[in-house]
Design a protein around this ligand. Structure first.
Ligand SMILES: Nc1ncnc2c1ncn2[C@@H]1O[C@H](COP(=O)(O)OP(=O)(O)O)[C@@H](O)[C@H]1O
Ligand SMILES: [Mg+2]
Length: 232
């Protein structure tokens, strides 16, 4: 056995291809991507606009499916699963953070954080404990009864992180999480990621344009026109 085979990869993509159908034709967006990601890694994905970063993150987060190739998540092949099976795995394994936060505007901070727990069938008392704990983790305990429109952008993103963490997923996937924030607030978000990285309990995959934020990552995968250009 080689040294590489001993590493436990929680993500393995092999010859992954994604095409989008446009009218009669089909446009290749991801071309033959093969990458491995180990447990606890903090991986950055960079590349020009349109290079396929979001498409790749959406496939990794089980929000979209590949056209061909293999995707093993935690050792299990996920291509070919039904929508229900994908949704169940998403709830168990994945926390997703978006550039525009995607909070539920009519729900309080606490209710937003608890949303994945309701889907997972966690009883109310336990949900309450978890949302309190997650709010503390992102330093928002004093905002639990606020609604998103009463919060700053940075606070909204911290709620989104607390929500992504609430079901204790193995993966945290973030698509340009600081893209709508000023630089100082962006670094505050990265400090939370840094703490999570040091805990080594989550694999974090983050799309970013910003080389200063990419410095927080263990490794960068560069995409160019749907192919891995180079991986550092
Ligand atoms: N649903 C879709 N249908 C057709 N084309 C799409 C769709 N989503 C993305 N694309 C195209 O795929 C390419 C990669 O998009 P995307 O993954 O969003 O890139 P990035 O996040 O790197 O900017 C772009 O050319 C985009 O126009
Ligand atoms: Mg994108």
């Amino acid at each position: 056995m080689t040294a590489e085979e001993k590493i436990e990869y929680v993500v393995r993509l092999k010859n992954l291809v994604k095409n989008y159908k446009i009218g009669e034709g089909s446009v290749p967006v991801l071309k033959n991507i093969s990458i491995n990601i180990a447990m606890g890694e903090f991986v950055g994905i960079m590349g020009a606009s349109g290079s396929g970063k979001s498409t790749m993150l959406n496939i990794l987060g089980l929000l979209d499916v590949p056209s061909s190739g293999s995707f093993y998540l935690d050792g299990k092949e996920v291509s070919g699963l039904s929508d229900d099976e994908l949704a169940a795995r998403r709830n168990k394994y994945i926390g997703f953070i978006f550039q525009n936060f995607n909070l539920f505007p009519h729900l309080s901070v606490r209710q937003n954080i608890e949303a994945p727990l309701i889907y997972a069938g966690i009883p109310r008392r336990r949900r309450h404990e978890i949302s309190s704990e997650m709010a503390e983790k992102v330093r928002l305990s004093h905002r639990l009864n606020h609604r998103p429109n009463q919060l700053s952008g940075g606070e909204c993103q911290r709620v989104a992180i607390a929500r992504a963490l609430s079901n204790n997923p193995s993966f945290l996937l973030a698509d340009e999480p600081t893209g709508n924030l000023d630089e100082k607030t962006g670094f505050e978000i990265m400090e939370i990621f840094k703490i999570l990285r040091e805990e080594k309990k989550k694999t974090i995959i983050m799309v970013t344009h910003n080389p200063n934020l990419a410095k927080y990552c263990d490794r960068i995968i560069h995409l160019k026109d749907g192919e891995v250009d180079y991986a550092v």
